[in-house]
Write a protein that binds this ligand. Structure first.
Ligand code: HEC
Ligand code: HEC
Length: 243
């Protein structure tokens, strides 16, 4: 069908059509993976996430591609995106809003990515990625730093009835929101924005222990190895609603 259609189209029109599909894919991937932190308008969030609109760093296309695959500073890695997807989302952020920067082709992205180390094996949150001891430590921290707002059942009903409700941190509604994202994204978002009244106030290990407790409360099985605090390891573990 596509080949047949193409016969009737002049090459320029075909190229334009392919370009539109990639642009749409880039916009969609941005919404799924990036807007959580950088915002729909690319404005970021003051103190936590940099603006991508008007950000001079986007001028270096190879650096953008590499930042997406490997992470950079506080930004988590996205090792599961293919070269074509990485190129599409890199092109989107370079061209969106007031950024007038050129697109990155899939070949150009692949050339950069081929030189980077392999991301390692992928896993899901159902593969026994934390230990029971770790979840028990996380529970202590949760009741000290989070339950006031997110509730003792992690359902978003605050312990203090006078306080506004918050998003749940376990079970169906939580998992629906985080479906398809990695634990590196969950950890980075949590670390840089929570507790809402005092972000980044716990140690990396404490944040990761709380995440382990959150997984245990969603009935994900414990395993033999602790969830690591390093972002690269967590970038390979994807959140799924069910096994
Ligand atoms: C969990 C929050 C989070 C998510 C999700 C996220 N980022 Fe970032 N991003 C950050 C933070 C934090 C930085 C600042 C990094 C630093 O310098 O510490 C950043 C920096 C960047 C930069 C500038 C990097 C540089 O060269 O210094 C680019 C480009 C970028 N992000 C693109 C993306 C794209 C594209 C996506 C989606 C695939 C994405 N980000 C998803 C948090 C996030
Ligand atoms: C002072 C109240 C408060 C405290 C304390 C607090 N949070 Fe939050 N949290 C919020 C509010 C409000 C939101 C929704 C707005 C947002 O995402 O910034 C939220 C959102 C979140 C989200 C995103 C949920 C989603 O699906 O959108 C996560 C994850 C989270 N908090 C984790 C934690 C953890 C872990 C702690 C303890 C270390 C904590 N929070 C402590 C108020 C709080």
């Amino acid at each position: 069908m596509h080949g047949l259609l193409a016969c009737f189209l002049v090459p320029g029109a075909v190229a334009a059509q392919v370009g539109e599909t990639v642009a749409e894919q880039g916009r969609q991937l941005y919404g799924e993976h990036c807007a959580l932190c950088h915002g729909d308008s690319g404005a970021g969030r003051s103190g936590a996430f940099p603006a991508l609109d008007g950000n001079e760093r986007l001028g270096n296309a190879a650096r953008v591609v590499r930042a997406i695959r490997e992470g950079i500073g506080n930004m988590p890695a996205f090792p599961a995106l293919t070269a074509a997807e990485t190129a599409a989302v890199a092109s989107y952020v370079r061209g969106a809003w007031t950024n007038g920067l050129g697109t990155v082709t899939a070949d150009a992205a692949a050339a950069v990515l081929d030189r980077l180390a392999d991301g390692g094996p992928a896993a899901s949150v159902w593969d026994g990625v934390y230990t029971e001891d770790q979840a028990a430590r996380g529970r202590q921290i949760y009741f000290g730093a989070c339950s006031l707002c997110h509730g003792r059942r992690l359902n978003g009903a605050p312990d203090d009835p006078d306080m506004v409700s918050t998003p749940p941190l376990a079970r169906a509604r939580f998992l629906r929101v985080w479906e398809g994202r990695s634990l590196a994204v969950l950890l980075a978002y949590t670390r840089l924005t929570m507790p809402e009244d005092n972000p980044a106030s716990l140690s990396d290990e404490e944040y990761v222990d709380v995440v382990a407790y959150m997984l245990s409360m969603s009935r994900m099985p414990a395993g033999d190895d602790e969830l690591p605090a390093d972002s690269r390891g967590l970038a390979n573990i994807v959140m799924l609603q069910r096994q």
